[in-house]
Design a protein around this ligand. Structure first.
Ligand SMILES: C[S@@+](CC[C@H](N)C(=O)[O-])C[C@H]1O[C@@H](n2cnc3c(N)ncnc32)[C@H](O)[C@@H]1O
Length: 351
């Protein structure tokens, strides 16, 4: 065991399973940096042991959202952010990142010459980001703060309001990872006037869709018992499709709605918007929805589920109609979108 933290547990040296168990215990106690270091050392000691790997990863992954793997494998997402960072960050700038994750974007900003504070609400992710930043030789330029952005304090976590904000806290329905509240707070407290916000703009894209795979039937009668009320306990968009998988076909051209501009104080855009789609014909089962991030200077990232692979790591939710609508080409369908700062709702009516 070489790591300074790991040397505290020197009596476990040579026993990878005991180290893995101690990693899990430290995680339970909230000692995340030690848990990460010890877990890493346990796997290094017994790289072929599936048991050690399982104990460590089961412990360390607890509470970590499962999207991180797909997200870090999404090269289009990383390239779009890093290209924008390389274009806009100047040496000497101060940068705040909300939601450090692995530390990727904070390190990109540091590589471009900035001094970065990156906050992360998950303590185990923050501990890991700290380790990754150190391993990449950037600890003098990137400080990971294990806090939610709304708990950051000027004079303690940040010396002064920053020149540039990086944020990637977009859920698949734009709002549902808390971007509105976090940026509203950051704009009032943590950014200098005129600070650059990356990305500055984002919006919803959506289109009418017909389902090409059989829809999961609603719960009805099972073994002679009426269980239909249980449908109310299922999520409202149960037919989430992984972007790029062809479980649907578009029945209209896509359109944009709820365009958000994060460069000033909240509100960043409308709460409600109506669109009228012209059907290309056929049965309308759902509205498919995805994201469009605009980094400026023509740099766009869209999680368009109809694009050829590789698919975006953001899934494209399908908002199913209670009853499908049969349409002829040219029929007009009114779609209204509404968000409450966190969740997106969509409603449909024949126009
Ligand atoms: C979608 S991931 C992006 C990670 C990283 N920025 C990247 O692009 O690879 C968002 C991360 O932000 C964290 N997060 C979300 N809202 C936050 C907030 N208000 N303050 C601090 N961390 C937040 C989540 O825990 C998650 O790790």
């Amino acid at each position: 065991m070489t790591d300074a933290i790991v040397s505290r547990y020197a009596d476990l040296a040579g026993d990878a399973r005991a180290m893995a168990m101690m990693c899990a215990a430290l995680h339970r106690l909230g000692q995340f940096a030690d848990a990460v270091a010890l877990g890493r050392a346990a796997i290094a000691q017994a790289p072929q042991s599936m048991e050690v790997r399982t104990i460590v990863r089961r412990a360390l992954s607890r509470g970590v959202a499962s999207f991180h793997g797909a997200m870090l494998g999404d090269a289009a997402r990383s390239h779009a952010y890093v290209r924008a960072i390389d274009r806009l960050v100047r040496p000497g700038m101060t940068v705040l990142e909300i939601g450090a994750g692995s530390g990727l974007l904070a390190m990109a900003a540091a590589r471009a010459g900035a001094t970065v504070v990156a906050c992360e609400q998950s303590p185990v992710i923050a501990a890991m980001a700290d380790r990754i930043v150190a391993a990449n030789g950037l600890s003098d330029r990137v400080r990971i703060v294990a806090k939610r952005s709304d708990a950051l304090q000027l004079g303690i976590d940040l010396a002064a309001p920053v020149d540039l904000l990086i944020h990637e806290i977009f859920g698949e329905s734009l709002f549902n990872e808390g971007v509105e509240a976090a940026l509203a707070d950051a704009q009032t407290r943590l950014l200098r006037p005129g600070a650059i916000v990356l990305p500055p703009r984002a919006e919803i894209r959506c289109a009418l869709a017909t389902l090409t795979l059989p829809a999961h039937p609603p719960i009805a009668t099972v073994e002679g018992f009426d269980l239909s009320d249980f449908n109310l306990l299922l999520p409202p968009t149960p037919r989430n499709v992984v972007a790029g998988r062809r479980g649907f076909a578009l029945c209209s051209a896509p359109a944009s709605a709820l365009a958000m501009d994060y460069r000033g104080p909240a509100p960043f855009g409308p709460r409600r918007e109506g669109l009228t789609f012209e059907s290309t014909g056929g049965r309308i089962d759902a509205v498919v929805q995805w994201l469009r991030l605009d980094f400026g200077d023509g740099e766009i990232l869209e999680s368009d589920p109809t694009l050829p692979p590789p698919a975006s790591s953001w899934i494209a939710p399908l908002f199913e109609l209670p009853t499908p609508i049969d349409t002829a080409p040219g029929d007009r369908i009114a779609v209204s979108l509404f968000h409450d700062g966190h969740d997106l709702s969509i409603d449909v009516a024949a126009a």
